[in-house]
Design a protein around this ligand. Structure first.
Ligand code: FAD
Length: 319
């Protein structure tokens, strides 16, 4: 019996959400008196033995080059076979774009119950009950899974990564990898230099910035903070910013530690993509803007005055 945690990576570097999944999975193993093991697919340049710091005892790697790019069907088959081989009773996957594509498929292959979008550790006092977010994070549901094998996809930023001491034993797992049925072309969409879904800080702009020619003030702030940039949907639709920066219900869902919204009203569809951010700062000239209700910090003011001042202050702090 074990808890198997799928570790996702981008170009060989392990993604932030995977460290949270590792810590979460290790805690479930502790709760259920089993061991935590990690699974890595493809070629990774990061030190896999160091994943022991997050509580896993073993790291299984299927080091096959055709796994360097995601094919959800191929991944699901390999993960399910690895789970069976390691006797996993719980499989943990991050609820990222990749995780969303594979968790359901893994669950079907393992005939397992799935909780997609978990946000807390399972309650194992009476069965196996997992809390998850529903309605784009507006409410919670407690879902009981009774199948022998359980699959959980964990919402990014809902469980704190804890790194301690320890080294994991790394072993190569031999699993036949099917040729992908579809041709996958990897397009690495980045905003600036930091991928949006991985960013610790996101600076986002809306229609309040009036036009693409005004984005300089936002880019300067993002540069000083080492942040990724994002935008509201109308901004993407109007081609003021590239489409892949559009966040929200119909765009990218982000969960950074800090989300700064500039000139964005805070429509429910926008909030659905950003409300898992740890801290939200809103800059808007309208004190009645709905976004202020979701904000941890709010600045009522004209973005064209406030943002350059903020950037200057950050520069001074860094000097
Ligand atoms: P506006 O609503 O026009 O707000 C602009 C804000 O800027 C205002 O609050 C204003 O007070 C402020 N402002 C103006 N000038 C200044 C200034 N000088 N300084 C500071 N503040 C200023 N939207 C998304 O973002 N993401 C989605 O995924 C998404 N999905 C959708 C799906 C559906 C099915 C539908 C119907 C809508 C969706 N929308 C989405 C659109 C959403 O409903 C809003 O229309 C949109 O988010 C508004 O964008 P905005 O806040 O940039 O613009």
């Amino acid at each position: 019996m074990s808890v198997l945690i799928f570790v996702d990576h981008s170009e060989g570097h392990i993604k932030k959400a995977s460290f949270e999944a590792l810590t979460y999975g290790a805690k479930i193993a502790e709760q259920t008196g089993t061991t935590a093991e990690a699974l890595v697919l493809g070629t990774v340049s990061d030190d896999l033995a160091a994943l022991g710091k997050y509580g896993v005892k073993k790291v299984h790697q299927v080091n096959n080059e055709s796994l360097n790019h995601l094919d959800a069907q191929v991944y699901a088959k390999v993960i399910a076979e690895a789970a069976t081989a390691s006797g996993a009773t719980v499989v943990v996957i991050s609820h990222t774009q990749t995780g969303k594509a594979i968790a359901g498929r893994v669950a079907v292959r393992l005939k397992a119950g799935l909780v997609a979008g978990a946000c807390a550790l399972p309650d194992t006092s009476n069965g196996f009950v997992v809390k998850k977010t529903v309605f784009s994070g507006k409410a919670f549901a407690n879902v009981s899974i009774s199948s022998p094998v359980k699959v959980i996809s964990l919402n990014p930023n809902s469980y704190t990564t804890i790194a301690g001491e320890g080294t994991a034993e790394v072993s190569q797992l031999s699993i036949a990898v099917d040729a992908p049925k579809v041709k996958v072309t990897a397009v690495n969409k980045v905003s600036g230099e930091i991928p949006l879904t991985e960013a610790e800080i996101v600076v986002s702009g809306g229609r309040g910035l009036k036009g693409p020619e005004n984005w300089g003030i936002l880019l300067d702030l993002a540069k000083e903070l080492g942040a990724a940039t994002a935008c509201s949907r109308p901004v993407g639709d109007a081609h003021w910013r590239p489409h892949h920066e559009h966040v929200g219900q119909t765009g990218v869902q982000v969960a950074p530690n800090l989300y700064i919204a500039i000139g964005i009203s805070g429509a429910i569809q926008h909030l659905a993509g950003v409300n898992r951010s740890k801290i939200i700062v809103v800059i808007n000239k309208d004190p009645e803007a709905p976004f202020f209700k979701a904000a941890d910090y709010g600045i009522v003011g004209d973005a064209f005055e406030v943002v350059p001042k903020l950037t200057e202050e950050i520069k001074k702090m860094k000097a």
